[in-house]
Each structure stands twice: as C-alpha cells, then as structure tokens.
Ligand binder design. Structure first.
Ligand code: ATR
Length: 276
C-alpha cells in the first residue's frame, strides 16, 4: 500500500493530447503502491499551444517527473534546462525529471524496445529490421544499434527510411516490400498499421520462422502481425512490454529503484479491460 496523500506527497504525471486512454497513471500508481513511494501520478491533457505554460506551472509546483507523450516529444525540448545526449540523438524527449530547480530531458523509449526484446532474445550481433521511420522508429533503431545489432529500416516512404539510416548510422534502408529478402532475427513494427483489426504492414510469408517480432501497436493486444508471426512459428512480443519497460525506466531514473514489472504490466492490462 502507498502512504496516504499528505504534505510530502510528490506529484508526477504525463503530458499528452488528447488524453484518450493513457495507461501511464495506472502503471505508475500501481508501482508507487508496490514500492511504498509517497507520490501520485496523473494525466495532463495539454494542447500544443499550452505547452510552455504547462511546463512553467510544473516547474513552479515542483512536479517530480513528467512523462512526455504525443504530440509533445520534440516540442518540449527548448523548454528544458538540459536534454541528455541520448535524447538529442534520438530527437525526442519522453521523460522530464526535476533535479533541484532544473528540468532535465531524457528518453526511455529506446530502453523500452530493447528490454521488451530481451525478454526473448539477445540483441548483440543479430540482424534487426525496423518497420517505419517516425519517432518510435528512431528510438528502436538507436536502442538496437546501442546493443550491437545490425539494423535495417524499411518504410512505406523509402526516403524517410534513408534519412533515418543516415542520421543514426544504421545499416540499410528500403521499402516494406523488401522484408522477405533480408536476414531478420528481430523484427520491430513502429508503423501505425495494425491499429485497425486485421491489418499488417507486411505479408505473413515475409516473416522469418525463427524471428522475434515486437509490435509497437498494443491495442489490439494481439495484432495481425503478431498472430501471423506466431502462426509461422516465430516468437511475438506484445507492444505492452515496450510501454511497461519505458515506464519502468522512468521510475528507476528518479527513485533509483527497480520497478515492479509484473505489477505494472497487470495494471496496464486492467486499464485495457476497463477503459474509461
Ligand atoms: P511516430 O512518431 O509515432 O512513429 P509517425 O512519424 O507519424 O509516428 O510515423 C508513422 C509511421 O507509420 C511512418 O513510418 C508511416 O510511413 P510513412 O513515412 O510512409 O508515412 C507509417 N505508416 C502510417 N500509415 C501507414 C500505412 N497505411 N502503411 C504503411 N506505413 C504506414
């Protein structure tokens, strides 16, 4: 049980727009309760025009940590006192942590990808393919390179994949249709294809039978891509693990404590079962 809210209770939260069905408050509050941390975590629906004012308010109120979600991950950077080298390289901040009076930006998305995949496989020396070339793809590519994988990026708009590969020093770019001809021990989907039931960014036949496949789409929990992968004998990693591990890394960044992964995953599932 977490302590009752009192004069020393710390405030944390997530800024995003629209607030939709964010599962972050459920995950973090469950972790606070499990660890006995005197803090509460809330969702702040902040429209882009209100971002600067919201951050000034958070600073004045001494908010301990803010997660940053869509659409603020790039726009937030100039409002901070410092952005660490990893977040600058990825080009996005998903975590703001207060250090005294300073607001520091960092990025835990890349560790979310890596730790989700590491549930199933080692990444060093493997051949990885990332589908998509937006912000989520940048975090995935950074993480995979960091762990020593060879990384190719495939995207509907090939030129965006080429740009990402050039920016981060990955190993090759192409179109989604190229997947079948590439070595691929690890496949990460960061495109939004799959948000609609029964759609997949790639044909089932292009998925290697011995691959580990992670889908950033977490709703539906078992996407067409994951079902196709498993039907071929590949191992699927649900998108929820990416979110759970990036949240766990945020918590660890200010508490210095290991986050209770299973507790956070259970909280994630409970919100999914009862979205409000
Ligand atoms: P994020 O920052 O969340 O990754 P984004 O920058 O909007 O989001 O990127 C969305 C990704 O999904 C892009 O790679 C996009 O491909 P394009 O660069 O060609 O736009 C991909 N995507 C979206 N809809 C798609 C579709 N119907 N088929 C294939 N790829 C799609």
């Amino acid at each position: 049980m977490s302590p009752p809210i009192g004069p020393r209770t710390q405030l944390c939260g997530v800024i995003l727009h629209p607030a939709g069905h964010t599962r972050s408050p459920a995950m973090h509050n469950a972790a606070f309760a499990a660890l006995g941390i005197d803090a509460v975590y809330v969702a702040f629906d902040i429209a882009p025009a209100g971002l600067g004012e919201a951050l000034s308010g958070a600073r004045a109120l001494g908010v301990r940590q803010l997660a940053v979600s869509i659409p603020h991950k790039q726009a937030v950077m100039p409002h901070l006192d410092a952005v660490d080298a990893t977040a600058r390289r990825i080009g996005a901040v998903n975590t703001i942590t207060r250090d005294g009076k300073r607001m520091l930006g960092s990025n835990s998305d890349w560790l979310g990808v890596v730790r989700a995949l590491e549930r199933e496989t080692q990444l060093a020396g493997c051949d990885a393919v990332v589908l998509g070339a937006g912000g989520a793809a940048r975090a995935a590519v950074f993480g995979l390179l960091e762990r020593g994988a060879r990384v190719r990026v495939l995207n509907r708009t090939r030129v965006r994949a080429e740009q990402l590969v050039a920016d981060l020093g990955a190993n090759g770019a192409g179109s989604l249709a190229d997947l079948g001809g590439l070595p691929c021990d690890v496949l990460v989907n960061t495109t939004s294809v799959g948000l609609r039931e029964n759609t997949s960014p790639v044909p089932a036949a292009a998925i290697r039978k011995d691959a580990v496949v992670l889908d950033a789409v977490y709703d539906p929990p078992r996407t067409r891509l994951l079902r196709d992968a498993e039907a071929r004998g590949a191992r699927g990693v649900a998108g929820k693990w990416w979110l759970v591990y990036q949240a766990a890394e945020q918590l660890a960044a200010w508490t210095g404590r290991d986050a209770p992964i299973e507790t956070m995953a259970d909280a994630f599932d409970r919100v999914g079962a009862n979205p409000t």
